[in-house]
Design a protein around this ligand. Structure first.
Ligand SMILES: Nc1ncnc2c1ncn2[C@@H]1O[C@H](COP(=O)(O)OP(=O)(O)OP(=O)(O)O)[C@@H](O)[C@H]1O
Length: 754
């Protein structure tokens, strides 16, 4: 049926007006109620007028269920009122005569009178049809099972400040102009929600089963970070009864990144999800204070052109310390510790054996297996107390009786002489002394026994295992060279002496803490979301899984951006097979939304030189200018051209990044640009909270996850050669651009562009 756009627009405007007013009523009523509630709740009830059926404050108030929801959603309604919905679907089910119309928004809104939906939540099962379905037969899950319906209309709205500007119907052939328009926008210093333009492949990830681990391999700009946040919002909505926002934890690469994503969840009506960096989390796990080596120092060492350090050994060590081989070593070490943990003595009150050493050892090794060693000691302590309390009286009573029996038999058998009197007297004294000493020993018995367990500290164990070459040799695989063993133990000894550890040490320390000591604090995390997961080592993910004791992981990453592949993940199989025992779901995203076709082609050209089997990114159809590549014969010319392009692009774009390979390179660029008159530019640092819009100089490895309108990849002293790390760094840098890309450098410094 052809629709007359003018009359349709008119009726949609009315519909929007009605919804906005309805929402306003609720907001006002809730505010009114909250105010009155505080003043005098009784008063409010006294004045209820049950005959008043208008949508007044009172009629809303009597519906407590409604009110409760309204209270809960009050803030979200206030946010949503400028745009209560963004889309409409018309669906025809076989049971109904005419199509049903649903409006989809970030938060649902129900009519008080008949509970009919004015707006359905984007996370509801029915809304899935909007994201997944083409016109025609579609299905969705409802509480009563799968529903098959005819999707008659998909309509998208452009709404500004509560006013409908336009709408667009999407048929089978139409491009998603709506998405195009959103992608044309300029970059912000914060990531945005995409509830209105989620694409079908992304919707699958968002709604993928919660209980199984999910691994998402997605090309640069495929929306991984954004989707991860929408997935959390979806689960909080769907499993409201069993999951609180505090049960979710997002682990992000750095503080800057947490700030960058900080607006998405609140925009989606979700607050209180825990967000942290891996290092902060480790600080929480490890029970002593320490310094953390800047993770980028090793990276700098590995990417600099020439270095006198043992780069190969360092690479090997960092990768080994993140492998599951080191976990095996720690497991074996702890198993050996176990054997010698329980004191060799029986648990006895003087000559009364209450528990034999062998039984205690069995309890420790078998009954309590799987529990951290020191938690086992706590358990044993409790058991001993319990057991001792049960037998203490009997021991005292029997001891007393034994003496009394002896006394009595003297009384019965011996004549009343001075000698008999002395005998009895000394027995009485001996009895009282014995009882006294038994009582005295009883008071400290359990503690005394427990004190015989080892009291070693975490760091001592760490040093014992990794800082001692002989011990290390014992637990290392036989094919490791003496050189490697020596390098490893020296490295650890130095770290311990300085009490300054790198990220890989922190993971191993946390794992040992988990195995030997356990944790006093309860981490009530049921669902863990890890972004940039390709940079994590198998040991990191394994350790988190063990410590949080959950399988509910969503890992999102891109192996093409795996600039830490020396220690991170080279193949997702390592994780699915070895960490999640083949029980994880795997999804891949190849559509990229961030950048233009021209920029993506350039980035693909570079990553294509890497010998791997990953899919190349397919950009959404959005054209822009060809990247400008200029190779110049001296640094001043390069800097002049950077300066010129900044001045030029500044007019149209708000965020510009100049990406240098290393911090050193960035510092030179900053100094030279300042000399040319650009004062207000800073170098991005990982622990800064916010990078704001404007012109920023970014070291290549810190650019991950971020995006800018304009990216200028610059080389002065550094080269990007054809090795894996350099190609990946370059790929990361190029794919940060939304609209414009410049590659400006010394001739020959970036081999891969040719
Ligand atoms: N369906 C969508 N609708 C609108 N914008 C989208 C959509 N999907 C992704 N985007 C936009 O694409 C950009 C890239 O998204 P995001 O940063 O989440 O991708 P990513 O896969 O994590 O990227 P990278 O791995 O390169 O850091 C963001 O600006 C995001 O808003």
């Amino acid at each position: 049926m052809l629709r007359d756009k003018t009359s349709e627009l008119k009726s949609e405007k009315e519909r929007l007006g009605y919804t906005v007013n309805y929402m306003k009523d609720i907001i006002n009523a809730t505010e009114e109620y909250k105010k009155n509630f505080k003043e005098n709740i009784k008063d409010a009830y006294v004045h209820l007028d049950y005959l008043d059926s208008s949508q007044s404050y009172i009629s809303i108030m009597v519906n407590s269920n409604f009110l409760e929801n309204a209270m809960k959603n009050h803030d979200n309604y206030k946010k949503a009122i400028k745009k209560p919905y963004f889309a409409r679907i018309d669906i025809q089910s076989k049971k109904k005569q005419s199509p049903e119309i649903f409006y989809i928004g970030k938060i649902s809104l129900f009519k008080d009178e008949d509970n009919s939906p004015l707006v359905i939540d984007w996370r509801s099962p029915l809304a899935s049809v909007y994201y997944d379905g083409r016109l025609g037969e579609v299905s969705y899950e409802s509480p009563s099972g799968e529903q098959i319906v005819d999707l008659k209309l998909k309509r998208q709205f452009t709404i500004q400040d509560g006013e409908l500007e336009d709408y667009m119907d999407i048929d089978m052939t139409a491009n998603d102009n709506f998405l195009q328009a959103v992608l044309e926008e300029n970059a912000d210093d914060k990531l945005k929600d995409i509830a209105s333009t989620i694409q079908a492949e992304q919707n699958k990830v968002i709604r993928a089963e919660l209980k199984k681990p999910l691994i998402v391999q997605g090309v640069a700009g495929s929306g991984k970070t954004t989707i991860a946040l929408h997935r959390i919002a979806y689960f909080i909505y769907t499993y409201e009864d069993i999951l609180d926002p505090e049960n979710f934890m997002i682990i992000a690469p750095n503080k800057l990144f947490i700030n960058y994503i900080s607006e998405v969840l609140p925009e989606l009506g979700v607050e209180d999800v825990k967000q942290t960096t891996y290092i902060e989390l480790m600080k929480d796990f490890i029970g002593f204070s320490f310094k953390v080596e800047n993770p980028f120092e090793n990276m700098e060492l590995l990417i600099q052109k020439d270095t006198t350090k043992d780069v190969d050994l360092l690479k090997w060590l960092l990768s080994f310390k993140g492998s599951l081989d080191i976990k095996e070593m720690m497991d074996q070490y702890v198993e050996d510790l176990e054997l010698d943990f329980v004191p060799k003595a029986d648990f006895a009150l003087q000559e009364h054996i209450i528990m034999k050493h062998t039984d205690l050892n069995k309890m420790f090794l078998e009954d309590l297996k799987g529990t951290p060693l020191f938690k086992r000691v706590d358990q044993i302590k409790q058991n001993l107390r319990h057991k001792f309390n049960g037998v203490k009286k009997t021991i005292l009573k029997e001891t007393e009786e034994q003496y009394d029996f002896k006394i009595q038999s003297i009384r019965d058998t011996e004549a009343e002489t001075e000698e008999r009197r002395q005998k009895i007297l000394s027995l009485i004294e001996a009895r009282d002394k014995k009882l006294e000493s038994l009582k005295k020993d009883s008071r400290t018995l359990v503690n005394h026994y427990i004190k015989q367990f080892p009291k070693t500290k975490l760091l001592e164990y760490y040093k014992d295992l990794f800082g001692d070459a002989d011990c290390l040799r014992k637990y290392m695989r036989a094919d490791m060279s003496d050189n490697q063993v020596k390098y490893f133990s020296e490295y650890v000894k130095k770290a311990i002496a300085k009490k300054s550890f790198d990220l890989e040490d922190l993971t191993a320390l946390s794992y040992l803490q988990y195995k030997i000591f356990g944790f006093d604090k309860k981490f009530d995390i049921k669902n863990v979301v890890i972004d940039e997961a390709q940079d994590y080592s198998p040991l990191q993910i394994y350790t988190l899984k063990k410590i949080f004791n959950t399988n509910m992981f969503t890992l999102l990453g891109d192996l093409s951006q795996g600039i830490y592949s020396y220690r991170g993940i080279n193949d997702w199989k390592e994780i699915t097979e070895n960490v999640f025992e083949n029980k994880a779901d795997y999804m891949s995203l190849v559509q990229s939304y961030r950048t233009t076709i021209e920029i993506m082609n350039q980035a693909n050209h570079i990553i294509g030189k890497l010998d791997h089997t990953l899919d190349l990114a397919k950009p959404v159809i959005r054209h822009g200018k060809e990247p400008l590549i200029m190779e110049l014969d001296n640094k001043q010319k390069v800097l002049d051209s950077i300066y010129k392009e900044i001045l030029e692009t500044k007019k149209a774009y708000s965020s510009i990044a100049i990406i240098g390979k290393t911090v050193e390179e960035c510092k030179i660029i900053q100094k030279e640009l300042k000399n040319r008159g650009l004062q207000d530019i800073h170098i991005l640092e990982e622990d800064q909270d916010n990078y704001g819009a404007g012109i920023t100089i970014v070291p290549s490895y810190l650019a991950k996850g971020l995006e800018f309108d304009v990216v200028i990849v610059a080389t002065l002293n550094e080269n990007y050669s054809m090795n894996e790390l350099d190609l990946k760094l370059l790929y990361v840098a190029l794919t940060r651009a939304l609209h414009r890309l410049y590659i400006l450098g010394i001739t020959g410094s970036i081999k891969a562009i040719h």
